[in-house]
Design a protein around this ligand. Structure first.
Ligand code: E4P
Length: 216
């Protein structure tokens, strides 16, 4: 499963990239707003840091405006994936992008039927927001499982990009469900490394090694 970092914080992206596990980046308007910086600068720096899919989101609500905005975003760098909310006008734009060879990440997705529509329009990625579904008492990961089944039933090539991930258990369940990619905050990426038994084990080995006679 490809691992993406979900942020527009360049320092976090730089650090996580150095670990060798980051396959791509997803941003959104909220992440960009948090940086307090101009989007163009932020996007350029991210593209210089990561050689993988980088989702940059459109904010227009009419198909022709989304297309115009997305074309500009796609022109920033070959790795840019145009992120489009799954509204009707958005999917019209996705179809145009697909015909032009511009990759898309269809976002703010909450149902398998929405995901089926996005695949029919030629979306490259579909982003179901599992954590937001869990937060309102639904089973977010069940949506991922159902999308997997639909896409496999009909050989859709759209990749599932599990999003709004809150903790490592979401990442594990996404991997078990056959999600193609999973995007998460820096903090969740960090948590994937952690296990108390690993810490204890390493500490014990070092303690024992200190008792070993050393070569001259
Ligand atoms: C994914 O691409 C989104 O940027 C992200 O996961 C949004 O979810 P959140 O704001 O609920 O974390």
């Amino acid at each position: 499963m490809k691992l993406f970092i979900d942020t527009a914080d360049v320092a976090q992206i730089r650090e996580a990239s150095s670990w060798g596990i980051v396959d791509g980046v997803t941003t959104n308007p909220t992440h960009v707003a948090k940086t307090g910086r101009k989007p163009a600068e932020v996007y350029r720096e991210i593209c210089d840091l990561v050689d993988g899919p980088i989702s940059l989101e459109t904010i227009s609500l009419k198909a022709d405006e989304i297309v115009a905005e997305g074309r500009k975003l796609a022109a920033i760098h070959k790795n840019v994936v145009v992120k489009v909310p799954i509204v009707r006008e958005g999917l019209k734009a996705v179809k145009v992008f697909a015909a032009e060879g511009i990759r898309t990440n269809v976002t703010v997705t909450f149902s398998p039927l929405q995901a089926m529509l996005a695949a029919k329009c030629g979306a490259t990625y579909i982003s179901p927001f599992v954590g937001r579904l869990d937060a309102v008492g639904h089973d977010g990961m069940e949506v991922v499982r159902q999308i997997r089944e639909i896409y496999d039933n009909y050989d859709f090539e759209t990749q599932i990009l599990t999003a709004a991930v809150r903790h490592p258990q979401h990442v594990l369940q996404a991997a078990l469900a056959g999600s193609d990619c999973c995007t998460m905050a820096y903090e969740v990426l960090e948590q994937l490394y952690n296990h108390p038994l690993t810490d204890q084990g390493v500490e014990l080995f070092l303690k024992d090694w200190s008792k070993v006679p050393k070569d001259a």
